[in-house]
Design a protein around this ligand. Structure first.
Ligand SMILES: Nc1nc2c(ncn2[C@@H]2O[C@H](COP(=O)(O)OP(=O)(O)OP(=O)(O)O)[C@@H](O)[C@H]2O)c(=O)[nH]1
Ligand SMILES: [Mg+2]
Length: 256
């Protein structure tokens, strides 16, 4: 009898522990739920691996990465978060997943909660639910894939329908490391489309890392400036900031 009680207690305690780190699976969505504030010191160090630094942050923003399947959304996030690139084996994202990263912008700690969506059509209704409370959206196409660029207008239509009116949008032409013979979308084409929709534009490579950090930093700066009480907040121009930073990095070799 006493043994039974002890066994029941053990089962209940195991159940409570597993609840903490439970993965919720709803309609194919796999989202990790973790109560970071209640985590023990040891589990905090484990969690920091997945969620980034757990230091106090001054601002938290939610970013969502969108675009056709295969354009490099997951690779872009992994490059930014862990500085890794998974070449060759393409594992298409199922539903949605996220990673956190804390960055420092002029002394302000900014936590970016970055949601990586599945580009496949069959997950569209799942991912739409995540647009609404996004502060910023990174919309990707692949410079070697014409249809991923042609579909950008449709993606922008969905954003208009499901996201907040004041959401910050950045259009990114990814895979610029590919051979020029493979490129089918010129930089000017991306720039023109971005201008037409009044969104920020950059070209990136999740493989080499070109402009990856800059894309996220520029978005964080824009969000900070948007939410600042400072009278000068309107003076921040994200496209000018990107131009300056890009010129600085290309001029670096000249300085040596
Ligand atoms: N050369 C090159 N290949 C890339 C780049 N980014 C991603 N890839 C490759 O493109 C393929 C697809 O990358 P993913 O990041 O998984 O694509 P995704 O947009 O997340 O796709 P879904 O999860 O299906 O929506 C993989 O084989 C990557 O190795 C890049 O910048 N350059
Ligand atoms: Mg993916």
């Amino acid at each position: 009898m006493a043994d039974n009680k002890i066994e029941r207690k053990r089962v209940l305690s195991r159940k409570a522990k597993s609840e903490d780190a439970k993965s919720i699976t709803e309609n194919g969505i796999s989202a990790r739920r973790t109560t970071i504030s209640n985590a023990s010191a040891s589990s905090k160090s484990q969690l920091s691996h997945m969620y980034g630094s757990l230091t106090e942050t001054d601002q938290t923003y939610k970013l969502v990465i969108l675009g056709d399947s295969g354009v490099g959304k997951t690779c872009l996030l992994l490059k930014f978060r862990d500085n890794t690139f998974l070449s060759g084996n393409f594992i298409s994202t199922v539903g949605i997943d996220y990673r956190n990263k804390v960055i420092d912008i002029d002394g302000t700690k900014v936590k970016l909660q970055i949601w990586d969506t599945a580009g496949q059509e069959r997950f569209r209704s799942v991912t739409h639910a995540y647009y609404r409370d996004a502060h910023a959206l990174l919309l990707l196409y692949d410079v070697t894939n014409k249809s991923s660029f042609d579909n950008i207008r449709a993606w922008l239509g969905e954003i208009k329908e499901y996201a907040q009116d004041d959401v910050v949008i950045m259009l990114l032409g990814n895979k610029t490391d590919c051979k020029s013979s493979e490129r089918v979308i010129r930089r000017e084409d991306g720039e023109r489309l971005a201008k037409e929709y009044k969104v920020t534009f950059m070209e990136t490579s999740a493989k080499t890392g070109v402009n990856v950090d800059l894309a996220f930093t520029a978005i964080a700066r824009e969000l900070l400036s948007k939410n600042s009480d400072d009278m000068n907040k309107s003076s921040f121009k994200v496209q000018d900031y990107i131009r300056e930073q890009t010129q600085k990095s290309t001029c670096n070799p000249c300085a040596t």
